[in-house]
Design a binder for this molecule. Sequence first.
Ligand code: CA
Length: 674
Amino acid sequence: MTIKRKNFLNFLAGALICSCSSSAKDIPDPVPNLPDIANLPGYNNTDLGVTVSPDATRFKLWSPQAQAASVNIYDSNNSKTPSKVLEMKQGESGTWVVSVPEQLYGKFYTFQIKYAGKWLAETPGVWAKAIGINGNRAAIIDFASTNPEGWKNDQRVKLDNITDAVIYEMHHRDFSMHPSSGINYKGKFLALTEQDALSTLGDKTGIDHLKELGITHVHILPSYDFSSVDESNPSANQYNWGYDPLNYNVPEGSYSTDPANPATRIREMKQMIQALHNAGIGVIMDVVYNHTAKNDDSNFSLTAPLYYYRYNDDGSYSNASGCGNETASDRKQMQNFIVNSVKYWADEYHIDGFRFDLMAIHDTETMNRVARELKQIDPSIIIYGEGWTAGDSPLPAERRALKENVAKMNGIAVFSDDIRDAIKGHYSNATDRGFATGKPGNEETVKIGIVASTAHPMVDYSKGNNSKFAYASSPLQVINYISCHDDLCLTDKLAKSLPEKSEAERQRAAKLAQTIVFTSQGTPFMFAGEEIFRDKKGVHNTYNSPDEINAIDWQLKNTNANLFNYYRNLIALRKAHPAFRMTTADEIARNIVFDDVTTPNVISYSIKNNANGDSWNEIKLIFNGSENEVTVNIDPADWLIIAQDGQLNPDGLATTPGGTLTVAPTSALILAKK
Ligand code: CA
């Protein structure tokens, strides 16, 4: 949602070395006829880039408009001139090919094409799977050497339905950089392989913290090779979210211990994934196929000029990403690229899921193919994304993978900005309040979130703040959340919108907010560190803020132990009770019954009928977002009190026979009966 503006270090332009007589950074004139470009033949095989066999090294480049193409072989990433230049020959479906009768392990290479009479600048191509430092050249390595011990037995986390997942969104540096983290490999992939890490105050951190919390999947912010951080200067401690893609099929070097060794980043990312899998935790990659860091000198432009992007009528780049360009998934080879790229990550790295940034820049057909082909690899793989764009696009709205079009997509979920904004207040208006912070008028939109944006006879979508119709045909299509890396984190949002309140009172609001999310239908998602009330010093867009802003202070786990335990119990409650994880809209419509409430900022409902095979016959949930105590009448029965007045225990806090009960201000009351 927030535009992740690039901190664009144009190191590549200065570092380029061209072996040919002329080179060009910009696409030369004349601009070819765009409709013809759209119809160029696609190539869907997976041997683009380099393939090494026992007796040969083969290069293949998709570049249907090239007049000539060559491969520059370098002995090292630092070599000033190529040791060999291989002339490529035209192959099938717009490809160029060349091979040499030897294994070139240890060498580096670039492609270069002649286009409209000029040789363009060198590029590692779009299918580099290993690269040198800062990703200017591709590397030829033996992938067997990148597999950690036991890798062949490593398996993805089994998942019946996405609604069984509890997603924890984290950035590598946020998670481990703080001096209190007790982690040795701070800011690295390997941070998540360290067992028994303790904070300076003795609380579990790192992977042990994740296990203790009980989440099922980590969603790691962009971890493919991005452009903004100079990998050759690790001591500069540069921070970036990484929404500035450079090489899509290689891990980011600054998260490895040795970015100059092409195998290290690959091996260490696999070690991280293996360690998480061993802990029963899946790994979701944040993927940003919707735009690239560069325009005319991107790897896409330098191999197939003008093909991979969308343009305005005047020939300028269209900009639905807000970052200067947008890719064209509606073109065959861009679609092939996205599909084969995620499949590569799933196969080579055993990735458990993908989160698509600005997914609505892609077309629904492409997203359906992504889901279909990933589910063929493993039905446990989950796919979700932002069902919006950051600007207008030439792609017609009906073809965009928008939230509003999610019913046209199979096996894909979208973030619910409905529940997010309704609970805490508008994302871009810092002082705006929501249901959990005492602002009336959001009740119906919270109910839309509770039923996962599916049609329900007791929910009036005409009163929805963001959406006016039930866009999801199934709860499997919705991710519910209160906050993520974008915008103010929950702690800061509460500070800005409840300036007169104490921290303890704000934590009550945080508990209520997350209780609504984690008991709602659909899939819950949380932002790393909010379970210990991490803040970002009030900074709204921290995409390149320093560690002092972004790093999680793990001493807060001690200070806010009560809050952490609440989150842990809340997650345990959800995982123990399938009633919160129904898989069809029909079940939700049948089993969820809202009570008629006229008090502002109060929602009361039941999940009935041992929903989804639950051991509890009925669960009663009452959310009081007002500053007043409210009184409710509960049917007489042997009720177990699960949550009350800022406390929660999935095994029960106490029992009650029902009747007249009170719900404290800014709190949830949850009751259950067998
Ligand atoms: Ca990089």
